[in-house]
Write a protein that binds this ligand. Structure first.
Ligand SMILES: *Cc1c(COP(=O)(O)O)cnc(C)c1O
Length: 381
């Protein structure tokens, strides 16, 4: 029988072994790592809300009002007023009939997808879809087809195949992200909507990295492109731009009812802390108001200060080999920048990278200092 030590040694030999860092400060643009303050260019806290005094204060107040724990799963006795109010507010913001929240984005995908599709259905996914979308699809037992990243011709071919092979009762579900998590590029959502309509398929769009950042009130790329009503399932998280944690799906009342009955990660898991749910609602309020607008303006200024061509807060610097990405990341850390190397299986083999993320909380001087360090290390390594 193989030992865990052998597996770890194998990972080590491929420069694929990972280990945890310990950050000694709250999350933010500057963090304390190994006794030293470093500039953080790797967080998904795009608006700098994870340690915002407003939200910290709101959380404290919500804790006093609602307590720390929810006591049970939502269907037993854990569905408290803050959970229900959050879902109403979210549905209002996303302009859908209803919304359902989960303890994480990961749990959202692995719970909801198997409640949409089963054995006789077909799921068609973009190749760069997040692990949670892939795992949710696998758990469903549906037939899975993958199209190369953003390849509409191949998507059409899969839809054609699915249409011919799925029974009259069967479902065809297309899954994509709006902003891709490791590449920062955008999906051609209008074209995907046209295709899914042409073939009578359903569409799930994961807006994890767009929600709070793109579109009117930060509602996401679908809102930016005027496609909100054409997308069946709007998925996202509160763990990126909202600075908290948790996942959501917005859709019709009927689908929400079905997930409430069928999504196992929702049913068999304790409801998130009611104080957290209430604070997410406060964060939602914040990002949709002028305060959120001002943070988005600052974020986009920062993004374009780093790169004029960037289309999101995620800018990948693809270096190829694992050891090279690790080395540049190490060099940067010695100079006071936290930009971890991203490797297989998070990204395809041979595309190891530094994934730079920009926040509204960075200053333009800090971005300049990262740019000059990158110019130095990437050209010399
Ligand atoms: C982060 C992420 C998730 C998972 O969300 P969590 O709330 O962190 O579990 C799902 N999809 C995408 C695209 C993500 O980037």
């Amino acid at each position: 029988m193989r030992t865990p030590g052998e597996e770890l040694a194998h990972l080590e030999s491929e420069s694929l072994r990972r280990s945890l860092r310990r950050i000694e400060s709250p999350q933010g643009p500057h963090v304390l790592l190994s006794g030293r303050e470093v500039l953080n260019f790797s967080s998904n806290d795009y608006l700098g809300l994870a340690d915002s005094p407003d939200l910290v204060g709101a959380f404290q107040e919500n804790l006093s009002r609602y307590g720390v724990g929810s006591g049970a799963s939502r269907l037993v006795c854990g569905s408290l007023a803050p959970h229900v109010e959050l879902e109403q507010k979210l549905a209002d913001v996303k302009k859908t009939e209803a919304a359902l929240t989960f303890s994480s984005g990961f749990a959202t995908a692995t719970g909801a997808i198997p409640a949409i599709c089963q054995k006789d259905d077909v799921i068609i996914l973009d190749k760069l879809s997040h692990a949670s979308l892939i795992d949710g699809s696998r758990l469903s037992g549906a037939t899975i087809r993958v199209f190369p990243h953003n390849d509409l011709d191949k998507l059409r071919k899969h839809l054609n195949w699915a249409k011919e092979n799925v029974g009259s009762n069967g479902r065809i579900l297309v899954i994509t992200e709006s902003v891709f998590s490791m590449d920062g590029d955008l999906a051609p959502l209008s074209e995907i909507c046209d295709l899914k309509d042409e073939f009578g398929a359903l569409l799930l769009v994961d807006e994890a990295h767009a929600f709070g950042i793109i579109g009117p009130q930060g509602r996401g790329l679908a809102a930016e492109l005027g496609l909100e009503t054409r997308i069946d399932f709007h998925m996202g998280t509160f763990s990126k731009a909202l600075g908290l944690s948790g996942g959501y799906l917005c859709s019709s009342k009927e689908w929400i009812d079905l997930w409430t009955n069928r999504a196992r990660s929702f049913i068999y898991s304790t409801a998130p802390s009611p104080a957290l749910a209430a604070t997410i609602a406060d964060a939602l309020e914040l990002i949709t108001r002028e305060e959120g607008e001002a943070l988005r303006t600052k974020l986009w200024e920062n993004i374009h200060h780093f790169s004029a061509e960037a289309t999101s807060a995620i800018i990948p610097l693809i270096l190829g080999e694992n050891d090279k990405a690790l080395q540049v990341s190490q060099d940067l850390q010695e100079r006071g920048f936290l930009v971890p190397a991203i490797r297989f299986p998070t990204v395809p083999r041979g595309t190891a990278r530094l994934r730079v993320t920009i926040s509204a909380a960075h200053s333009s001087e800090e971005i300049d200092s990262l740019k000059s360090a990158l110019a130095e290390f990437i050209s010399t390594s």
